[in-house]
Design a protein around this ligand. Sequence first.
Ligand code: PLP
Length: 396
Amino acid sequence: MTFQNPVFIPGPTNMPEAVRQACYMPTIDHRSPIFGKILHPCLDGVRQVLKSDSAHIYIFPSTGTGGWETALTNTLCKGDKVLAARNGMFSHRWIDMCQRHGLDVQVVETPWGKGIPTDTYQEILKADKSHTIKVVLATHNETATGVKSDIAAVRAALDAAGHPALLFVDGVSSIASMDFRFDEWGVDVAVTGSQKGFMLPAGLAIVGFSDKAVAAAATADLARTFFDIRDMQKGYDANAFPYTPPVGLMNGLKLSLDMLLDEGIDNVIARHTRIATGVRHAVSAWGLDLCAASPDLYSDTVSAIRTPDGFNATDIVTHAADVYDVAFGVGLGEVAGKVFRIGHLGSLTDVMMLSGIATAEMCMVDLGLDIKLGSGVAAAQEFYRSDHARAKKNAP
Ligand SMILES: *Cc1c(COP(=O)(O)O)cnc(C)c1O
């Protein structure tokens, strides 16, 4: 058992050493002005990562799931109607949470491997003349299937229908690693967590609210105390939380935001695209297919790879852990046993990725799949070389 190897799961992601060190700090008085020096840069940095000028940022001691609950309970009333597509495990869980909160969810069942059917959203919204639908949910990146949905198209569907529903986006596995535009897409609530693109341990729910979503908190009647954004805002106004903040994690977030913004958020996105494209070249060299049905849906943070019929994809994950001390992701829900997942987000380089591709290859050969050692690695190497050469040629 070794801790030397990177993980290739789609969260929690690898942590830069400096970020780990930043989380490890002495106790401070969280009601002193020192805390404000950690809090406010975090709020400002997250806003920049979301590409927003004015989003209200709230950070709770929780995870992405708590971010979903923050979104729902602060804006909705019992029995309110919500529109959602189910195309993977995470959209499924968000729908389940809505139902358990007594919301009336209109579920658009969507094949796993496909994205949000925005045409169907538009028809439903157009037909909802009395505007009973209060919120439209969109899972930007389905981590279970490696499928990206088109959030700009969801916004366009709302606008084409002239519908005033709020747009809530689960960006847990996309924000800080894939293109995300809070203002441009007219997002009302964006949800994420600390342990994916932000390269931190789990422990923070990070959400952005539009003015319209904040205003909804005045009339929302779903029960909330811990996740009440009004209490949180009052805390922030006094450089504090309504309870004890996770200071070390937030100090880590402050540094990870500095690192992301120093690299440049568009460069971070381009790095994820490059690394992911290399993985996809490897997958096609292996003669395998992605769960995502077409290239426009390919996720740049996780690839769910289908294995041949009759082969249990989970065996690859178990074998990699047992023999090579390397973590890949198993298939979840409907695609359990049919896919294995390679996570490629967060603190990751081409070189790290090549080691992950090489390990996946060894496992598949060990388990008898008809794959040539080195085939995927070579395909990814060729791509990374050519992409760097291209970038160099185009440099100013
Ligand atoms: C990881 C993930 C979640 C759940 O986040 P937790 O931090 O585990 O609560 C929700 N949605 C998506 C898309 C995710 O990838």
